[in-house]
Design a protein around this ligand. Structure first.
Ligand code: HSE
Length: 315
């Protein structure tokens, strides 16, 4: 690759909504925006380096082994026996930290994907999963593919087993839209995981399994009624809602505006309303925003179809 020094690849990795109410740690989908960008560049000096990070307010480490994109890229190169190759990474954070939108997953996916493209795509997208996972795990210590999976592959991803990384891509009904609202507070995933109960009543487990199965059936059969009846979380949401101001008011507003279902995006504080059609998603988004704005809580709305592309090369 000697003659190619200076050649670079820029990629965009989208945010994602993990859990989708009833699929704690096992279900997630990608959205169109926000997302992170990573540039990978071939250089003469051997080794992997992070040379620039923007949009992080100085919060992210530039040491490769402490940075989600760095760890993902490093582990991929190590696997390929290419750690001596000279590669510079630039990371451009375009989404808030601790937002529940899969920010660390997006950087990790972008790091692994950009390097893989730069070196001629020796691995498929799916084969990049363990490296992106390692990158994300370096941020929150947990091992769940419900953000990394959809960010990498696009669409709606179901994880049968997080350790085996046994995953399936689910069909996306053509009018399925989402309104995601990010209120301006930060919730650390670690904290949002620690407040969950270690044991759950059997009755709740049964209900949650029914809802998860129902949601998957609804997606496969494009049955919006079944989707709507299934998007309920009886395990994490009742505990985590306390971390989000006006959560139940926002939920009532979203449902009254016509959402199929409403819950917390990942570990929060972002919330989402699943909707049939764009007009409905815009109406639901406005209703959720009005609740947060009503208590002077700054917030951003992202209205999106389910993003079927996942991470991609951009100009
Ligand atoms: N499934 C994870 C959680 C997503 O809810 O903690 C957070 O990134």
């Amino acid at each position: 690759m000697k003659d190619e020094f200076g050649r670079e690849v820029r990629v965009f990795a989208p945010g994602s909504v993990a859990n989708v109410a009833c699929g704690y740690d096992v279900l997630g989908f990608a959205i169109d925006e926000p997302g992170d960008e990573v540039v990978a560049r071939l250089v003469e000096e051997p080794g992997l380096r992070i040379v620039q990070i923007t949009g992080d307010e100085g919060k992210l480490p530039t040491e490769v082994d402490r940075n989600t994109a760095g760890v993902a890229a490093h582990d991929l190169l190590k696997h390929l026996g290419m750690l001596d190759l000279g590669i510079e990474l630039e990371i451009h954070k375009k989404m808030p930290f601790g937002s529940g939108l899969g920010s660390s997953a997006a950087s990790a996916v972008a790091g692994a994907f950009a390097v893989n493209v730069l070196i001629g795509e020796p691995l498929t997208r799916k084969q990049l999963l363990p490296f992106a996972m390692a990158g994300e795990a370096s941020a929150d210590g947990a091992w769940h593919a419900d953000n990394v999976g959809p960010c990498l592959l696009g669409g709606i991803v179901f994880v049968r087993d997080n350790h085996e990384l046994d995953i399936a891509e689910l069909p996306v009904p053509k009018d399925l839209w989402v309104a995601v609202v990010h209120p301006d507070i930060e919730i650390l995933t670690k904290v949002a995981r620690e407040i969950l109960p270690k044991e759950v009543p059997l009755e709740n487990v049964t209900q949650q399994i029914g809802n998860l199965g129902g949601l998957i059936c609804g997606l496969i059969q494009e049955d919006y009624g079944m989707i709507s009846r299934s998007v309920h979380d009886v395990i994490a949401e009742p505990k985590r809602q306390k971390l989000i101001p006006e959560f139940y008011k926002a939920k009532r507003a979203a449902m009254a505006a016509g959402a199929l279902g409403f819950s917390i995006s990942g570990a929060g504080p972002s919330v989402f309303g699943l909707c049939e059609g764009e007009a409905s998603a815009r109406k639901v988004g406005d209703a959720i925003q009005a609740v947060f704005s009503g208590v002077d809580l700054g917030n951003q709305l992202y209205v999106s179809k389910i993003n079927q592309l996942g991470v991609r090369v951009i100009e």
